[in-house]
Design a protein around this ligand. Sequence first.
Ligand SMILES: Nc1ncnc2c1ncn2[C@@H]1O[C@H](COP(=O)(O)OP(=O)(O)OP(=O)(O)O)[C@@H](O)[C@H]1O
Ligand SMILES: [Mg+2]
Length: 263
Amino acid sequence: MPKEPSGLIIMGFVAAVALLGILAIAFLYRQRHFRYLRERQQLTLSYEQELLKTRLEIQEQTFRNISQEIHDNIGQILSLARLNVATMDISEPDLLPQKIADSEKLISKALQDLRSLSHGLSMDFVADLGLARAIGHELEMIRKSGNYETSLLTEGVPYSLDKQKELIIYRIMQESLNNIIKHAAAQKIIIYLLYRPEEFKLTITDNGKGFDLTPLNDKSSFGLGIPNMHNRAQLIGAGFLISSTLEKGTSVTITVPIGHATI
Ligand SMILES: Nc1ncnc2c1ncn2[C@@H]1O[C@H](COP(=O)(O)OP(=O)(O)OP(=O)(O)O)[C@@H](O)[C@H]1O
Ligand SMILES: [Mg+2]
């Protein structure tokens, strides 16, 4: 213990400065911690908003597909069945068995299509069916439109991903199919699912006219679809890659690391 009063004053001063320092550090730490919590909260909020938007977009697209399917496919089949029934003539009994058999076949087909359509009507059909079956369902609708040959190829042992991730991947896939239908003038669409223990990969390929990717860097000259797909892939920690060759086609690949934590 210093005996001089000036020594005591110096010690008291040093202690006060040290205390102030500790208080300042604690204050800064708290500030930073609050900022971190706030940022995290905002991230979670924007993730949830994006998820909600994804859900609404899927529903919107599904309703569009369903109304088209009812109009183009089921409606046509039932019209044909009605025509068959309307042209049944009792005065020509020889033709009746064939017409009855044809009508029955048409009505069965309409029923079968309606049943498959109802899978897509559930609000959470991606969660209900699982990603692979939901994709198969979407491709089947496109194939039935009669304009495309479609295939769904799978490699590895299928597993489920986080439901929210599956929803976002599904929406990216839908956007990519929209682009094929809108721009590619393709005849073939292939979706390839690769299940590896460390990653899941989804590739959507068309054999259409392809496009020049360089202007993609200048976002102003393009639509919202591709930047949206890119952002959403980032949101779930997935890689997103487009490759395209003029006159050959385009492929879009999403790579999801397995075990990657979302916010
Ligand atoms: N599969 C494809 N085949 C040929 N061109 C494509 C394909 N996918 C995208 N493109 C080209 O890339 C452009 C950008 O696509 P993007 O989805 O960003 O916008 P968009 O489809 O034009 O508009 P939006 O998606 O906002 O309705 C398209 O305008 C088209 O020229
Ligand atoms: Mg688009």
